[in-house]
Ligand binder design. Structure first.
Ligand SMILES: [Zn+2]
Length: 428
């Protein structure tokens, strides 16, 4: 099971993408990941596209029978209610939706004697391939979490004098797509040829081979719209010749991230290349973060600066839909809360640290409403400030960048600018 903390990181990471549907999906996942059953009473049902709904309904019916044997009266009642909700929901479908059907149901109430049976369905961004029925203390989310994992693509080339392997790294998966061998003549000389002439022929053949490797790699890599970079490996000097020469398409040459020494070829060698380049791949994120903060700092000192910072100012720009890039520090540990008066309905919003929020929760019953003076204030909603601002950004099609505090630039963003900054489209 993925930790909620990890999930948050994945969530914020992918927030950077613009796709609204994808964003919604992740938001739902995050919400579901926080739900814990008091007992084993949360039902997860996954149905791949094309699977017969009636078969699933028959299985749920069986499970209803089994559930009648649950000893604890409360749990039994909750599981049966959850299964009944699932059955009702299944009746809405003749066929599974194109990406499959996912249903979660169960008691989400934290109050033992006061159950609240809810049902959630998700529309996954990719087709699901697993069929799952499970009743547990948590909803089964792993197959969906895989969908939002790192999906970056890197090109991989191992090039030796007589052999080359070309593949891709997608997320964490390494694929070998092409293995090439050259017809470079071996070191022993064919009878009757002078050694000088033979060496020359070997050179030409080796060069032809690098051309072939380049052409093959171009074909594969140029077809990848999201190719982030290229890693080159090999045991000998050929990899450097390949890196420096004009074998790859000029657009691809710009994407070369590094060259590593490797001992193997084919899939094993490609994996070795990825392992040896771990530092390079890690640095990519850090470099990107540094670049964004630096861009903001440069903007800040310009005469007609398009930089804004601090929660209040940035919020103003976000509400106007005028933010191009929003920078949020990962270290921003604050909450956005909505307070509502039960008497007059007056609503206020404020930002509080965890400690301030804790204090407020203790004291809220003794705080007067600033509108009517009654003691009936309630905390209606509390959300992570980072999340709330990112949500606001999504409405204005703003790019959201979550910046770690691991770099000097990143900690400066938190220290000097309160962890909230923006590059705006125009001044208000
Ligand atoms: Zn009031």
């Amino acid at each position: 099971m993925v930790e909620v903390g990890t999930l948050l990181n994945i969530f914020y990471h992918i927030l950077i993408m613009d796709n609204k549907e994808f964003y919604e999906f992740k938001k739902q996942l995050k919400f579901l990941s926080k739900i814990r059953g008091r007992h084993t009473e949360l039902v997860s049902v996954y149905i791949p596209a094309g699977y017969e709904i009636s078969k699933v309904a028959a299985q749920i019916k069986d499970e209803q029978g089994t559930a009648t044997n649950i000893k604890s009266k409360g749990t039994r009642k909750n599981v049966l209610s959850a299964l009944e909700r699932v059955m009702q929901h299944l009746r809405l479908y003749k066929n599974t939706p194109p990406n499959g059907l996912i249903i979660f149901s169960g008691n989400i109430s934290e109050d033992e004697g006061n159950p609240k049976i809810e049902l959630y369905t998700l529309n996954p961004p990719e087709p699901i391939s697993v069929r799952i029925y499970r009743c547990d203390q948590q909803f089964v989310l792993d197959p969906l979490l895989e969908m939002i994992e790192d999906k970056r693509v890197f090109g991989l080339i191992i090039v030796e004098r007589g052999e080359a392997s070309i593949g891709l790294l997608r997320g964490k998966k390494v694929e070998l797509l092409k293995h090439l061998t050259s017809r470079v003549p071996g070191k022993f000389r064919a009878g009757g040829q002078s050694s000088v002439r033979f060496a020359r022929l070997r050179e030409i053949a080796a060069d032809d081979f690098k051309d072939t490797v380049g052409e093959t790699a171009n074909e594969i890599f140029l077809a990848q719209p999201n190719l982030e970079g290229i890693l080159i490996g090999g045991g000998g000097y050929t990899k450097y010749e390949f890196e420096e020469g004009e074998y790859l398409h000029h657009e691809l040459r710009k994407k070369i991230l590094g060259v590593a020494d490797t001992a193997y070829t084919e899939l094993f060698g490609l994996n070795e290349l990825v392992d040896k380049s771990a530092g390079i791949l890690e640095n990519l994120d850090i470099t990107k973060e540094k670049d964004i903060v630096t861009k903001f700092l440069k903007e800040l000192i310009k005469d007609d600066s398009l930089a804004a910072y601090g929660e209040k100012e940035v919020r103003k720009y976000l509400e106007a839909g005028a933010v191009d890039t929003l920078l949020l520090s990962e270290g921003l540990n604050k909450n956005r809360i909505k307070i509502k008066c039960g008497s007059c309905g007056n609503q206020t919003e404020k930002t509080e640290t965890d400690e301030e929020l804790f204090k407020l929760e203790q004291q809220i019953s003794s705080i007067q409403c600033e509108n009517c003076g009654n003691l009936s204030l309630n905390i209606e909603e509390k959300v992570d400030l980072l999340e709330e601002l990112a949500d606001l950004a999504q409405e204005g099609s703003t790019k959201v960048e979550v910046i770690s505090t691991e770099t000097e630039e990143g900690s400066q963003l938190l220290r000097a600018f309160g962890g909230i900054a923006a590059i705006v489209r125009y001044r208000l």
